[in-house]
Design a protein around this ligand. Structure first.
Ligand code: 5GP
Ligand code: MN
Length: 342
């Protein structure tokens, strides 16, 4: 953080704080938000966490979860708007472009409070007065841990509930400590969190072993019926319709992680899932090595993300046209796809 001393000065007296994160929060988004919220409350601030949408049940166990305000909920929307407008400080976590908070964008953009962006995504938009931004960080949770323990020197305030939130986000964003973002610092942070007394096995089970029977059947169906492999491009892709989501009683978060299965196939370099969602046709991209999927997501699918994990969408063109668009650009990337070492 460039102007760390000014930031320290700012948070040295009690403030009205709002913390927000991206649409459809994942474990890193929610974990970093609730971990920071708990810390700031201990420091005497008034803190509200407002999410632009709901989030999956398998992360809804984190400390502070009951108090999270969902901006999509009409009953609490006016309260959320008021809190954002009156906040002294607005923390924006795990996203760096305001378009990622959907309907909250204008409210946050126009709010007079000081904005603090903490994130690890590429190409940050310049909307905040303070930022802790590092694309080499594994997760926003890692950055929050660093902020609290190193930059603000408050390791003594790192307790079990905070550690649980931050461990969850770091664990999921590193794919359980297997992606290239898994640095020695990540393992050190995990070790320190274990030393506080956090039961990390319990966190793994809560997140990965709490699936519904419907979701498991959905996964089986998608793997057997909806996966196409194009060996000539080293690409695998899934297409999931709205009807299929309904048939398997799909809940928020149920398609998360499915795209990764495409990369388990020998020689596959890029895997894509295209899902027909009410708000848009949503796409997730995953890749290995130097093949950059965020480039494809931003150039063709109004999205972005990281080199090996990105997302995007199309609006109004339908599922088939979205797939056709993806297939039509593959020849442009063929050379790059084929040149990745096996
Ligand atoms: P996921 O596929 O898990 O939804 O997202 C993978 C990565 O791409 C995440 O880091 C996420 O932040 C980013 N991402 C997902 N969807 C979008 C999008 O619509 N726009 C941008 N800029 N990034 C996205
Ligand atoms: Mn993240």
């Amino acid at each position: 953080m460039q102007n760390l001393n000014a930031f320290k000065e700012l948070i040295s007296t009690p403030k009205k704080v709002v913390i927000t994160t991206h649409f459809k929060p994942d474990a890193d988004a929610l974990g970093s938000s609730l971990g920071l919220a708990r810390y700031l409350k201990k420091k005497g601030h008034t803190v509200d966490v407002i999410t632009p949408s709901d989030y999956p049940k398998f992360i809804a166990w984190m400390d502070g979860n009951e108090d999270v305000i969902n901006f999509e909920n009409n009953k609490t929307r006016q309260k959320a708007i008021k809190l954002i407008a009156e906040a002294d400080l607005i923390f924006c976590l795990d996203f760096s472009a305001l378009s990622r908070i959907n309907d909250m964008e204008a409210v946050v953009r126009n709010a007079p409070g000081v904005k603090v962006m903490i994130d690890h995504h590429l190409y940050p938009e310049n909307f905040s007065q303070f930022s802790l931004h590092d694309t080499n960080a594994s997760s926003t949770c890692e950055l929050i841990y660093k902020l609290i323990t190193e930059l603000l020197g408050d390791k003594a305030l790192m307790d079990i509930p905070t550690g649980e939130c931050l461990y969850a986000g770091m664990m999921t964003d590193t794919g359980s400590f297997r992606h290239p973002s898994t640095t020695p610092a990540v393992h050190r942070m995990a070790a320190e969190i274990m030393e506080i007394g956090v039961n990390t096995n319990k966190i793994h089970r809560r997140i990965y072993d709490s699936t519904s029977f419907d979701r498991l059947k959905f996964l089986g169906y998608v793997l057997s019926e909806k996966l196409t492999v194009l060996p000539e491009f080293r690409v695998a892709y899934f297409v999931v319709t709205d009807e299929e989501l309904k048939r398997f009683n799909s809940q928020t978060g149920d398609t998360e992680g499915i795209v990764n299965y495409g990369l388990q196939i020998e020689n596959i370099v890029m895997s894509v899932i295209i899902v027909d969602r009410p708000e848009a046709i949503k796409m997730s991209f995953r890749s290995v090595e130097e093949f950059a999927v965020n480039e494809i997501a931003s150039k063709y699918f109004s999205g972005g993300g990281h080199k090996n994990a990105a997302g995007g969408k199309t609006n109004g063109i339908g599922l088939q046209a979205t797939l056709d668009k993806l297939l039509s650009i593959l020849p442009e990337y063929k050379e790059a796809l084929l040149s990745v070492p096996s």
